[in-house]
Write a protein that binds this ligand. Structure first.
Ligand SMILES: *Cc1c(COP(=O)(O)O)cnc(C)c1O
Length: 245
């Protein structure tokens, strides 16, 4: 998993990047949006630090990971290579990992409970020198058994508003916006239309929380059409992963 990427791999990544950039500019044109308003996060999970370094060399410094056990050593390796990356934590996060994640992550996209929000606030107070950006992960289908805070729910731990209140009220955190993944079996169109409604209502209450993290390799055009400001792209950029995650 270590070592620099060779010239063949760099060419492969450059080609993947060009293709994804073309898709993003096309989707922005179709939606009448400025491509500068869409940040592409390269999701490097399962791929080595050398790929992250190579992507940074191609101008991609927003990098995403979904597991602390993998992300912490990778972020250290990338930093040791002299690269300043912006790490986005996008996966389900256990509270006992908060202390580790706040040390390398600039943004956590996947805050979906008040308990996790409080753990991040406590960890960020002592573990970093500038605020941690946070997004509330929203459940689009409202299924409490899966990840995501629940829009419209007053549940003090899992309701979208209660989670956002904790993030907005914490000195060491900044509430930046919302994140979602289209539920399995839903058309992206239906999922992101629903998300856009939730985001509009949310922004009325939290005007500074303008980030909308939505869209992956398979559905980024639809997400951009519904206002995504951050797309999280793995396989279209780096290749198919051998494990499903
Ligand atoms: C893996 C992952 C992605 C990237 O998925 P691709 O389909 O490979 O682009 C995006 N978001 C989350 C939360 C992920 O876990």
């Amino acid at each position: 998993m270590t070592g620099p990427s060779g010239p063949d791999r760099r060419a492969e990544l450059a080609a993947g990047l060009a293709a994804v950039r073309t898709r993003i500019t096309g989707a922005c044109a179709a939606a009448g949006r400025d491509p500068a308003g869409v940040t592409m996060i390269a999701v490097t999970k399962t791929y080595p630090a050398g790929d992250a370094v190579a992507l940074a060399g191609l101008g991609v410094v927003d990098l995403g990971e979904n597991r602390d056990q993998e992300a912490a050593p990778k972020a250290a390796e990338v930093a040791a290579a002299g690269v300043t990356a912006r790490w986005h934590f996008i996966g389900q996060l256990q509270r006992n990992k908060a202390r580790s994640v706040v040390r390398y992550a600039d943004v956590v996209h996947s805050v979906d409970s008040a308990r996790l929000a409080r753990a991040l606030a406590t960890a960020a107070e002592s573990g970093r020198d500038r605020p941690l950006e946070t997004l509330v992960q929203v459940s689009i289908d409202g299924d409490p058994a899966r990840g995501g805070a629940l829009p419209g729910s007053t549940d003090p731990d899992r309701g979208l508003d209660p989670v956002a209140e904790v993030l907005a009220g914490a000195e060491a955190l900044r509430l930046a916006g919302l994140m979602a993944v289209a539920p399995l079996g839903w058309e992206p169109e239906r999922a992101f239309a629903r998300l856009a409604e939730v985001a509009a209502a949310f922004r009325a209450r939290h005007p500074a929380a303008t980030a909308l993290s939505a869209g992956m390799s398979g559905d980024l055009e639809v997400a951009i059409g519904y206002g995504a400001t951050h797309v999280r792209v793995g396989s279209a950029l780096l290749g198919m992963r051998s494990t499903l995650r």
